[in-house]
Each structure stands twice: as structure tokens, then as C-alpha cells.
Write a protein that binds this ligand. Structure first.
Ligand code: SER
Length: 325
């Protein structure tokens, strides 16, 4: 397993919710030319396109992905390309193809070229039989969604490549991620992002999960920190590989609405649960035990619900006032 310093890296899924901000953060740390952003079809934002190299690639096409890694002398891949849970239920075959075959290609390229890999997992690996409160690191993984199944398979595949082929692969189980730069694309936790945009834009939001739905969440700056900190952690300290529980906060949809109303008093939220996404949310944990990540690589979030909400409202409010929302 290579412990050489990582200089040149590739971010797949770079146009997505996490990938877009991760790419910019990595470019600030490592120099813009050292961080190649790769998207599938969606055009990158000017900020992403103009701040460093950008390529289009389909992660299910191994030869194309490998050619890109060779061309840019890539040493690490942040593999953020994935189909999320709600889209995964609408298009399960696509979800399997992108999430499983795409990861397999990344791991094969990593094995052949000695690359480090970050592969995100998710709270979607858990299911109705998993303890929902303070969900432990080692627990029942029997998800009901195709997305969750691909993420459990992905964790096991990453562990296998680490053990069998000495590939330095790492990953966390992200909770719902809240951000204000790129909207998420078809996840179950998207309501926790949309609600902020609608609070600023229209002062109204119809929420697609029940008011009492509680899920684990994290603000994007903490998500970026978790991702980069784990990738840069001393490999000798890591007893786990691609399945670290991480969380920052848990709240119900109603508590989230109440926190936003402190900033936008006239904000009105109604609840109309969407059966598919409500069932997914009900099958996921409410709170997560992330003590293993804290012990092995020093994970520590900075934002709670109040701090995140102040920041989200300030940022979106500013953009709205400028006519950019
Ligand atoms: N936020 C994701 C989703 O809702 C979970 O990983 O699909």
C-alpha cells in the first residue's frame, strides 16, 4: 500500500452535490492543476470549469476512465459518481450499473496503477432491522433500497480490494448532506436542502416526509472535512476501510422548520409525505454512533443545526438579494 504523498487526483461525479465543492476545496489545497474534475453529461458550473482541468467520462466505461487517469498521472481517485436513493428506486438497473460497476472499474484501475481511492458509503446501508438510535459501527446491514444494496456491496468490495490487493481505499457512511452550492440529485434527504431554498425564495415549503421524520445530517463544510481528513489520515491508524460511521446532527423535519422560522418568521411548512421516500426514510437510522471515526482518525464535526441554519440562511439570502437564486 503506497504511503507516498498524493499530488495529483481525480474527482468523479465532480458536477454533483458533494463533488462540486470537494473539487474546489481540493484545488485550493493542492493547486488547481493537480485536481482533475470529471463529470458525466451535466455541464460544469463556470466556477468548476474555469478553476482547473475538467473532463467528461462515464465511470461504467473502464477504458475511458483508465485513459483519463493515465493522461493526468492520477495518484488518487475521489469516486463521488453515484445514483442516489430516490432515483435508484425509479431506475434500479442504472443504479446498480453506475454504483457497482463504476466502483469496480475504479478499484481495478487503482489496483493496476497503485492509486488511493475514496469511496463514499451512506446511512442507506442500514435497514429496518438495524438499531435506529445510536446505530453502531458494526451492525445489521440489510437495506431495502437498490441504492443501499449497492453501498453495502461497495463497502465489502472496497474491504476486499484492501485486504486482497493492498489497495489503499477509504470511505465514510455519509448522513444526509446539506449544502448551498449544488443541489442534491434525487436523494431521500433532499428535503433538508430544498426547505432552505424555498424558505428564502417563497416563504413556503411542502415537505415530502412527515414532520416527525428524524434523520442524521451534516453540513457540507464538515462533509468536505471528513472526506479529506480520512484520505490524509495515517494509514497505520485505520482499522476500518470504507465504512466509517460519521454524523454531525440529527433532527426531525419539524425541528428543522422551527429552526428556519427563527430567521424567517413568516415561513410556512406543510407536510405531504411521498410514499417511496417516506418508506426509505423510515428504514434509515435516526442517530449514529461515530465514535470509531473519532478514535481512529480524529473525526469531529463543527456545525450543529443552529450554526448550519444561520450560515445557510445568510448565504442563500445574500444570493437571493443579488438575484442569483
Ligand atoms: N442523501 C442520500 C440519499 O438520500 C443518502 O446517502 O439518497
Amino acid at each position: 500500500m503506497s504511503s507516498a504523498r498524493i499530488r495529483r487526483m481525480l474527482v468523479t461525479g465532480a458536477v454533483g452535490q458533494i463533488g462540486s465543492e470537494l473539487t474546489i476545496a481540493l484545488r485550493e489545497q493542492h493547486g488547481p492543476q493537480n485536481v482533475v474534475a470529471a463529470g458525466h453529461r451535466t455541464a460544469p458550473s463556470p466556477a468548476l470549469r474555469d478553476s482547473g482541468p475538467f473532463e467528461f467520462v462515464d465511470v461504467t466505461q473502464k477504458d475511458d476512465l483508465e485513459a483519463l487517469a493515465i493522461k493526468h498521472e492520477i495518484q488518487a481517485i475521489y469516486h463521488m459518481a453515484a445514483i442516489l436513493s430516490a432515483v435508484g428506486e425509479a431506475r434500479p438497473h442504472l443504479c446498480w450499473d453506475v454504483n457497482v460497476n463504476g466502483l469496480y472499474n475504479v478499484l481495478e484501475i487503482a489496483r493496476e496503477h497503485n492509486l488511493r481511492v475514496f469511496c463514499p458509503s451512506s446511512i442507506a446501508v442500514f435497514g429496518p432491522e438495524t438499531p435506529a438510535d445510536n446505530t453502531p459501527q458494526e451492525t445489521v446491514l440489510r437495506p431495502r433500497t437498490m441504492y443501499g444494496i449497492t453501498k453495502v456491496g461497495g463497502e465489502l468490495l472496497c474491504d476486499y480490494y484492501a485486504r486482497r490487493f493492498d489497495v489503499d481505499v477509504r470511505g465514510v457512511r455519509y448522513p444526509g448532506i446539506i449544502s448551498n452550492v449544488t443541489p442534491p440529485g434525487g436523494g431521500t434527504t433532499d428535503y433538508a436542502v430544498e426547505i432552505y431554498y424555498e424558505a428564502i425564495r417563497h416563504r413556503r415549503y411542502e415537505c415530502f416526509v412527515r414532520e416527525d421524520t428524524v434523520l442524521p445530517m451534516m453540513y457540507m463544510p464538515d462533509c468536505i472535512k471528513a472526506t479529506i481528513d480520512l484520505m490524509e489520515a495515517d494509514a497505520k491508524r485505520l482499522k476500518h476501510r470504507a465504512d466509517y460511521n460519521v454524523t454531525a446532527m440529527s433532527f426531525s423535519a419539524g425541528e428543522l422548520a422551527a429552526e428556519i422560522k427563527k430567521h424567517v418568521p413568516e415561513f410556512v411548512v406543510t407536510y405531504r409525505p411521498d410514499p417511496v421516500r417516506q418508506a426509505i426514510a423510515d428504514s434509515w437510522p435516526q442517530t449514529i454512533d461515530d465514535s470509531v471515526a473519532r478514535a481512529e482518525w480524529g473525526w469531529q464535526p463543527s456545525y450543529d443545526l443552529a450554526a448550519m441554519t444561520s450560515d445557510m440562511i445568510a448565504e442563500l439570502g445574500k444570493r437571493h438579494a443579488e438575484g442569483n437564486l
